[in-house]
Design a protein around this ligand. Structure first.
Ligand code: F0G
Length: 351
């Protein structure tokens, strides 16, 4: 039975005797070996970490369970976050589970439909902001300083602590750290968390080395790559539509300490990777997650990732979050037929 991240990684986390050991069954997600994409790219050892298999469909649950446990420990009654969608879904779920009031600020018009549906279903107070994620984050940071409201964005160090557990899982599953880790970068909390996890496991001698961290931003929202804040970020991958990442400095540290890279991928490359992953592997991730695969393809192409190395791509969220996008790119026509077997047979034989 999956006991959840807090129980499983208790000795690696900031847990005291008064920490409530809550869980929605987060963590313990599949690490799936690639066959068809690996063959296409000529890679010997490629794996996908399916973080969309977490309870609310994204990696956020690993960090949220820790942040909410800490909020309970401090006797907070309200949690708040800014979000491009997944953090709000996760906060709303753990808030409901723990009988907390949850307030989420999301940029109006730029959040995938499924994520809003989740926050509604879990009973969160949803505030649609006429502005960017970056602006929403500035607002919740300010308010949480003035009021006894727990901020559960990844600027909360407990979020990073919970999220680092994915690095432990990957290392345990492979028997050592991978050589390369490909990961999408938005607010840059997750790349920070993975790097912390890999470093800690290495210090404990659970692994022989640490991976090179390859982070990928969307071209229209690539402040770290450009070295400057992007005032009006734009990308089809709305989850990483962020122009001023909160964990900017620690993402650069992860890149530099690991001998890695933070690069940009275009929306076209993201969409191509999104489709390829579904068609070649049967894995449906959301567009932001596909940025890691787009980055992998680019990095293998330009020789930065050698073909004989072990590579793990982090697929941060499930494609079901954003059903509209899958419909938009549909290239196999949906056919409407009569309910007659003859007609169905004729069509099938003509495919
Ligand atoms: N992938 C997905 C699916 C995300 O939702 C996010 C971030 C990222 C990647 C990037 O992770 O921010 O730690 O660098 N989503 C946040 C949110 C911003 O509000 O849900 P990061």
């Amino acid at each position: 039975m999956n006991q959840g991240v807090l129980q499983t990684y208790r000795e690696h986390l900031p847990i005291s005797s008064s920490t409530p050991m809550i869980s929605l069954g987060e963590g313990d997600t599949p690490l799936v070996r690639s066959h068809r994409m690996a063959a296409e790219l000529g890679l010997e050892n490629l794996y996908f970490k399916l973080e969309g298999c977490n309870p609310t469909g994204s990696f956020k649950d690993r960090g949220m369970v820790m942040a909410v446990a800490n909020a309970l420990e401090r006797q907070s009654r309200t949690i708040i976050c800014a979000s491009t969608g997944n953090t709000s879904a996760s906060a709303a779920a753990y808030g409901a589970h723990c009988n907390l009031s949850t307030v989420v600020l999301v940029p109006k018009g730029n959040v995938a439909r499924g994520k809003i549906a989740q926050a509604i279903a879990y009973g969160a107070h949803i505030l649609l902001i006429n502005g960017s994620f970056d602006r929403a984050l500035a607002i919740v940071r300010e308010l949480s300083e003035r009021h006894p409201i727990a901020l559960v964005n990844s600027v909360n160090p407990y979020r990073i602590e919970g999220q680092k557990t994915a690095a432990f899982e990957i290392s345990d599953a492979l028997g050592d750290a991978p050589d390369y880790l490909c990961i999408p970068v938005g607010n840059a909390g997750n790349i920070t968390a993975y790097w912390k996890g890999f470093k800690e496991y290495h210090e404990l001698e659970a692994t022989t080395h640490t991976p090179q961290m390859f982070g990928f931003q969307a071209e229209g929202a690539a402040p770290i790559v450009r070295g400057e804040i992007v005032e009006s970020p734009e990308t089809i991958a709305t989850a990483i539509r962020i122009g001023n990442p909160a964990s900017w400095r620690s993402a650069v540290e992860a890149r530099d300490e690991s001998g890695g890279l933070i690069d940009a991928v275009t929306d076209e490359e993201i969409l191509a990777a999104y489709k390829l992953l579904a068609r070649l592997e049967g894995i449906f991730c959301e567009p932001a997650s596909a940025a890691s695969v787009a980055g992998l393809i680019k990095s293998v192409g330009n020789g930065l990732i050698p073909r004989d190395k072990t590579v793990v791509c982090i697929l941060t969220g499930t494609g079901l979050k954003d059903p509209d996008l899958a419909n938009q790119i549909a290239d196999i026509p949906l056919r409407e037929l009569s309910a007659e077997s003859d007609e169905v047979e004729r069509v099938i034989l003509s495919l």
